[in-house]
Design a protein around this ligand. Sequence first.
Ligand SMILES: [Zn+2]
Length: 251
Amino acid sequence: MRAGILLSVLDVRDPSSPRLTPIAGRDPEAVSPVAIVWPCPLPVDAYVAAGRKVEVPRPACPLCGKPLVFWSGYWRHVRAGGLAGGRCPKIFVPRVRCAPCRVSHALLPAFVLAWRLDVAETVGAVIGQVAGGACGVRPAAARAGVPYTTARDWVRRFRARGPELGAGFAALAVELGGEAIRPAAEAGRFALAAVGAAFAAAAGLPGWPGLGAWRFASSVSGGRLIAASTGSPFLVAGKRRFMPPVPSAPP
Ligand SMILES: [Zn+2]
């Protein structure tokens, strides 16, 4: 059976209904379990404290439109400053599945980035300071309480993806009636400005106010804001898409 990858993305205009975009393989019976990043407004410590009882919206199946059914879940660590009970508590990540489509999804809260221990606010604070030119990596890492090499990796990844992220978020900002951002000489600075403009424009839509720019960015990129090249962030607003699929994807 050929493994496929489905990239889950939120529609910025309707974040309650995630969509799946196949980026490799087309057989819905062969997809790997994927994550849906939902726009969770809860503070991290409130989410931690709720344990298994955390209330998560139940999206419709992105393939067939029928309601997904909660199907167990798993625990994972997150790292965030200022949390009671230690800096790396466990959070419960519920799973949902659609039996007819034979697909299951993990419902990740927006403060989580795929495959990253640190929460989106921490990652975003470091990227914002360094890519924005306020300071270097070392002081930003110290302030965030994360290892220097970890912070350096975030900034490198963000800058490497800067042209793509900048173009995608800038187009999204314009689509939502926001400010037009021109590409800056420095890719990271361009991407940073574009994320800010897109969030400012989206904050007028239901589901987004109060989330913060980095949870917003995590949500609309499927948690892949600074992921490796396993799948490009793929922004959707209504029927329009703002990022190209990865080069290996089928047309
Ligand atoms: Zn289904």
